[in-house]
Design a protein around this ligand. Structure first.
Ligand code: FES
Ligand SMILES: [Fe+2]
Length: 383
């Protein structure tokens, strides 16, 4: 829980002003998005290539590689890769493909390893990707180890997250990419949390799924029995940091602040901050000592996604009660996303095929949705 920082107090004031006036942060105007923005396969490919294959993506939490020699292998949008922490403490990313004839070096999952040993013909690599051993070397013939290292993907660790570009050879400056969003991410202290659960959830198309993370307009309707119970619908604060964003919801308890002297405020009990890393990372503190990290990845076509949900607790549970509370949080966010957001999203996806809507109108009260679409256009050159 954040202390009552001046920033938190200022956010609470902004939220209270909206509460009193029945208002919310707004964009200057509504935004019209042609339906092709959601359906056109050519546009989809161009956007995915420009946004997801060229920009840094937060692929894992630092706590997923807690010590040297721990790894996390995953397939992200058809790219098999492995993240591994070296003995020097540095996390690196490699394509999960042997330089002999391409076999995957390990299965998707996580664990600990001292070196990579290919399961096909047992070539060996160290944790920095150098080819160190060739089974039957005297029979194989010449191989230049210097040109047969594992193919590395640019990887940087910042704010408790591992940022990777999926295209080999494409580099980035993570400090430039995060800009003034970095201190906000760092303020979450993600490397101090405890990882409780992680799962992949199928969902509707990339933009349909992601829009649901960007507004509070639907909270009192879609989530009336889950996360909506805790937040005030259609009230949100909106701030942008380059392509990245933060939205803040008011919790139902927000009006209690009206009766308290400001020097007694604990604003973060009454607001909920959601940090949104462009293009697909949402970090959401829903309830007190729990946090949901969501990464939404486009599927192979415009109409599907896979969402990795990671449930964090402020600390490892030490009692049955704490464990139950964390599991209850885990279940409520699973239900809210899978059974509510993505169930509605499936109906949107179905409508996209019917021609019912030539375009969608994004409201003034959905400024983060608007900003997201504008950023896609900026990076992919879409209209
Ligand atoms: S493919 Fe890896 S050793 Fe042959
Ligand atoms: Fe939702």
């Amino acid at each position: 829980m954040n202390a009552a920082t001046p920033e938190a107090v200022a956010l609470a004031h902004r939220a209270l002003t909206h509460l009193r006036n029945k208002t919310t942060d707004q964009a200057a105007s509504t935004l019209t998005q042609p339906i092709e923005a959601y359906t056109d396969p050519v546009r989809f490919q161009r956007e995915v290539d420009a946004v997801f294959r060229r920009l840094p993506l937060a692929l894992a939490l630092s706590i997923e590689l807690p010590t040297p020699r721990t790894y996390r292998a995953m397939t992200v949008m058809d790219v098999p890769l492995v993240l591994i922490r070296g003995d020097d403490g540095r996390a690196r990313a490699f394509l999960n493909a042997c330089r002999h004839r391409g076999a995957a070096l390990c299965k998707d999952g996580q664990g600990r390893m001292d070196r990579f040993v290919c399961p096909y013909h047992a070539w060996q690599y160290d944790l920095q990707g150098q080819l160190t051993g060739l089974y039957g070397a005297s029979t194989f013939g010449e191989v230049d180890a210097r040109t047969h290292s594992l193919t590395e993907l640019h990887c940087e660790e910042r704010a408790g997250l591992l940022w990777v570009c999926l295209t080999p050879g494409v580099t980035f400056d993570i400090d430039h990419w995060l800009g003034d969003f970095a201190p906000h991410l760092e303020g979450l202290h993600l490397d101090n949390w405890h990882l409780h659960a992680q799962r992949d959830i199928p969902g509707p198309g990339w933009k349909v799924a992601w829009e649901g993370y960007l507004e509070a307009y639907h909270h009192n309707t879609v989530h009336v029995n889950t996360v909506g119970k805790f937040t005030i619908g259609n009230l949100s604060l909106h701030d942008t940091f380059g392509p990245h964003q933060r939205i803040v919801f008011g919790r139902r308890s927000l009006p209690e602040l009206l009766d308290q002297p400001e020097d007694r405020w604990q604003p973060d009990v009454h607001i909920r901050r959601i940090h949104l890393g462009f293009p697909n990372l949402a970090i959401s503190g829903v309830l007190g000592d729990h946090c949901l990290v969501s990464q939404v990845f486009p599927g192979p076509t415009p109409d599907t996604t896979v969402t990795r949900q990671t449930v964090l607790a402020a600390r490892a549970p030490t009692t049955e009660e704490e464990l139950k509370a964390t599991e209850a949080f885990s279940q409520i966010v699973l239900q809210a996303v899978r059974d509510e957001d993505y169930a509605i999203g499936a109906t949107v996806q179905a409508a996209l095929r019917t021609g019912a809507n030539p375009s969608f109108t994004i409201g003034r009260n959905e400024p983060a949705v608007q900003h997201f679409h504008r950023m896609v256009a900026r990076y992919a050159g879409s209209p």
